[in-house]
Design a protein around this ligand. Structure first.
Ligand code: FES
Ligand code: FES
Length: 159
C-alpha cells in the first residue's frame, strides 16, 4: 500500500504517494522527473546517485523514499542559480573533469557537500571526499584539480 511522502527538492515542495520499498533515487528520477541523478550500481558502491539530504551527501539508491519524508533534498539540478552554474560546475567544465559524464552529478554533489562542510580541504581531503564515487573515464586528477581551483578562490559564487 502506498504512503504519503512530502519532501522538498531543490526548494520545490512535493506531495507524492510511494510504496514502502520505493527508493529515493526512484522518486527523484521517476516521479519528480529529475534525471540528473544517475543510477549505476544500485548497491551504494558507485556514487552516481549522490544527492544532498538535509545538507548531508547520501547515496539515494540506499535511502528509502519514506526515510526522506519531510526532508530537503538537493540534486545536481539545484546547484545552478538560474542560468549561473555553481563554482564547482564551472570549474569542472574548465578543467575537463568529465568525459561520458555519468559520474559527474554524483561527483558534483559529493564535492559540493565536502566544500559546504570544509571550505578549505587539502588535496588528500578532496580525494577522501570523492572516494565513494567511481569514475570510469577521467582518472580523477582533473576532478581534484577543479575542486582545488575552487578552494583557491578561482571561481566565485554567483550573486
Ligand atoms: S547507484 Fe547508488 S551508489 Fe551506485
Ligand atoms: S566521466 Fe565517465 S564515469 Fe566519470
Amino acid at each position: 500500500m502506498k504512503k504519503e511522502l512530502k519532501l522538498k527538492v531543490n526548494g520545490q515542495p512535493y506531495e507524492l504517494f510511494v510504496k514502502p520499498k520505493t527508493l529515493l533515487v526512484e522518486v527523484l528520477r521517476d516521479l519528480v522527473g529529475l534525471t540528473g541523478t544517475k543510477r549505476g550500481c544500485s548497491s551504494s558502491s558507485c556514487g552516481a546517485c549522490t544527492v544532498m539530504l538535509n545538507g548531508m551527501s547520501v547515496k539515494s539508491c540506499s535511502v528509502l523514499a519514506l526515510q526522506a519524508n519531510g526532508a530537503e533534498v538537493v540534486t545536481v539540478e539545484g546547484l545552478a542559480k538560474g542560468n549561473e552554474l555553481s563554482p564547482l560546475q564551472r570549474a569542472f567544465l574548465d578543467h575537463g573533469s568529465y568525459q561520458c559524464g555519468f559520474c559527474t552529478p554524483g561527483m558534483l554533489m559529493s564535492t559540493t557537500a565536502l566544500l559546504t562542510e570544509n571550505p578549505k580541504p587539502t588535496k588528500l581531503e578532496i580525494k577522501e571526499g570523492i572516494d565513494g564515487n567511481i569514475c570510469r573515464c577521467t582518472g580523477y586528477n582533473s576532478i581534484v584539480r577543479a575542486v582545488t581551483a575552487v578552494v583557491k578562490g578561482e571561481y566565485k559564487e554567483a550573486k
